[in-house]
Design a protein around this ligand. Structure first.
Ligand code: AGP
Length: 613
């Protein structure tokens, strides 16, 4: 997720662009850049680092008036392709530096386009997918920028929000949207583009929301709209009533709720470029340099902390289920001091949203010293973990601002499933037909997640009745047990409720002694073969006065007489349910925190990334 801005009007563009980028830094902040068009032609200034680094870089130029112009575009980056660096920062230009582009999204066919352009003599200066766009527009440019853009768009696959300016076309900015958000701000004698409303509010509250495949052409005195075929289109003006803070959260009260709702898109983005759909569906892990020999390993060790370790625990069940390979899910802070037994043939999977967690990095360095092959699953391009691992698979979730991890967790699971399924196919423990079915199920998860989110009021109502419970237990079996671990952590870390998880089969080995009328027990029941076992466990806790909530499939009735409340999720194949069953638990934790008057985004004593032991 990146932040885009653009301005065309009668004021100096640089201050407007910088101001807009500052409002969008929550969308990405590993590098920033601007392109300004004025008397000196098209000038591009960009740098690795937060926006302040760019401001310092252009400070003198801007003050002296030598970086002057009344139109321009800007970008604050969350890297997906190509780690943070000056050359990978946006805007990107054509070879001659006469066309500048800023982009938010993922161009899936960028490798093919880059090869084609290189065959036509184009020299590339970055590792990004975005740069191909600038060269494509230049390739098709014959004096009409709009036509060149429309031609280039026909060849792009993936998601994009674009801002485009051209030195020989100094009176308009072209903006394009496909899946990544883009808003047009309609001012008086000036017009703006931005990824999100916060960047516009200082200049106008009258906006046009671009729809998919729409093109906007911004002049100083008007905005024209076209569809993807270049036919003129009419659009309604909207008026924004949000204040700046609400706008930053997309209208949600907290970043955590916004990020919970971003999961369908994050899942789609994380999955889409890794699935090939020809005659049959297959998994494409070429981008991470995956080698079939990896699947011959004798053991997989997954190592992480906190929520990432919960993803690793689900990974353990997934690797053993799909690939029948012995798999251990290790807590990094334990692993690093346990003098563990390493085998150089092991595959070591390190999961970390931030890629900077001290214990996780230490465990990885230990495994590397022992000769293990390291696959990293992380959300931050250029993070320490990403730079030190042998292979990196990114969760394209975009920045996760809230301390409590939600969309990073479910996209970590998506990555784990993809690797485990590929291992299964290569080891012959699942057939191509079975893989085809599992991929189809993975592709449906984003839609199922959206359906759960559409039903969130049920969870909100339940939380309004239960939020004062002093003890909350989550229980489940197999994959549901691992989701129980994550659910208990979510609730404790943002609502400060004493909550814990246990394998439901362990109930009678101790935890049931704690169950009384002050207890809420959440039973996660999606492992179909064990429904009767779970039904017995639920009856046991009810008999001791506990309130019970069951999370199960929408077409399951066997708990109707047992549970006090049931929250239903769309059916998928049992091993893949964690991506869905965790969402009601994320929402429950969020609503309990809000009911308790707490700030879910900034829970006490916690940091987003634990970079010290
Ligand atoms: C989860 O909600 C917490 N923020 C915490 O457990 C987190 O998952 C843990 O600190 C690991 O962080 P990482 O994924 O950045 O390594």
């Amino acid at each position: 997720m990146c932040g885009i801005v653009g301005y065309i009007g009668n004021e100096e563009a640089v201050p407007v662009l910088i101001n807009g980028l500052r409002k969008l830094e929550y969308r990405g902040y590993d590098s920033a850049g601007i392109a300004v068009l004025g008397g000196q032609g098209l000038l591009v200034r960009k740098s690795k680092g937060v926006l302040k680094v760019l401001e310092e870089k252009i400070g003198e130029e801007s003050a002296s008036g030598s970086l002057s112009g009344s139109m321009g575009i800007g970008h604050t980056r969350w890297a997906t392709h190509g780690e943070p660096s000056d050359s990978n920062s946006h805007p990107h230009t054509d070879v001659a530096g006469k066309i500048a582009v800023v982009h938010n999204g993922i161009i899936e066919n960028h490798a093919k386009l880059k090869a084609w352009l290189e065959d036509h003599g184009v020299g590339f200066r970055s590792e990004t997918d975005t740069e191909v766009i600038a060269h494509l527009i230049d390739f098709h440019y014959n004096g009409d920028l709009l036509q060149a853009v429309l031609e280039a768009l026909k060849r792009l696959e993936g998601s994009y929000a674009l801002g485009i300016i051209c030195e020989s076309d100094p009176d308009r900015i072209i903006a394009v949207r496909k899946e990544s958000p883009l808003v047009i701000g309609a001012g008086k004698g000036e017009n703006l583009i931005a990824s999100d409303v916060p960047a516009l509010l200082e200049y106008t509250r009258d906006v046009y929301y671009l729809e998919d495949r729409e093109v906007a052409v911004l002049y100083r005195d008007r905005v024209e709209f076209y569809n993807g075929e270049g036919q003129s289109a009419a659009k309604e003006l909207s008026h924004v009533d949000w204040d700046a803070s609400a706008a930053e959260k997309g209208g949600y009260e907290h970043f955590m709720l916004k990020e919970i709702h971003e999961q369908p898109k994050a899942l789609t983005d994380t999955l889409r470029a890794r699935i090939k759909t020809y005659a049959a569906k297959s998994i494409n892990l070429e981008e991470i340099g995956f080698d079939a020999s990896w699947a011959k390993a004798g053991r997989v060790v997954i190592c992480a902390c906190g929520t990432a370790w919960h993803a690793g625990t689900i990974g353990k069940y997934a690797f053993e289920h799909f690939a029948r390979i012995p798999t251990d899910a290790e807590i990094a802070s334990e692993y690093r001091y346990r003098n563990p037994i390493h085998d150089p043939a092991d595959i070591f999977i390190i999961i970390s949203q931030s890629g900077e967690t001290a214990d996780t990095l230490a465990a990885m360095r230990m495994a590397r010293k022992a000769g293990a092959r390291i696959i990293a699953i992380t959300n931050v391009v250029g993070s320490t973990l990403a730079r030190e691992a042998d292979l990196v698979m990114y969760t394209w979730a975009g920045p996760e601002i809230a301390v409590a991890s939600t969309k990073a967790f479910t996209t970590q699971l998506m990555c784990v499933y993809l690797i485990a399924l590929q291992f299964g196919l290569l080891r012959g423990t699942i057939t191509e037909t079975e893989l085809n079915g599992y991929i189809g199920a993975l592709e449906q998860l984003a839609g199922h997640a959206a359906a759960i989110l559409a039903d969130k009021e049920n969870i909100q109502r339940f939380a309004s009745r239960q939020f004062n419970k002093s003890k909350v237990f989550f229980m489940g079996r197999l994959f549901d047990y691992a989701v129980s671990l994550e659910s208990a952590l979510k609730l404790k870390e943002i609502s400060y409720t004493h909550s814990e998880a246990f394998a439901a089969g362990e109930l009678k080995h101790g935890p049931i002694a704690l169950v009384d009328t002050s207890t809420l027990v959440v039973a996660i029941c999606t492992q179909s073969a064990l429904f009767d076992k779970m039904d017995s466990n639920i009856k046991e806790v009810k008999a001791r006065g506990a309130a019970t909530l069951v999370i199960t499939y929408e077409d399951v009735a066997c708990f109707d007489k047992t549970a006090d409340e049931i929250f239903r999720i769309p059916r998928t194949c049992d091993p893949l349910t964690p991506i869905l069953s965790v969402i009601p638990c994320q929402l429950y934790a969020y609503y309990c925190a809000v009911q308790r008057g707490l700030d879910p985004d900034k829970p006490r004593n916690l940091a987003k990334s634990v970079t010290v032991e």
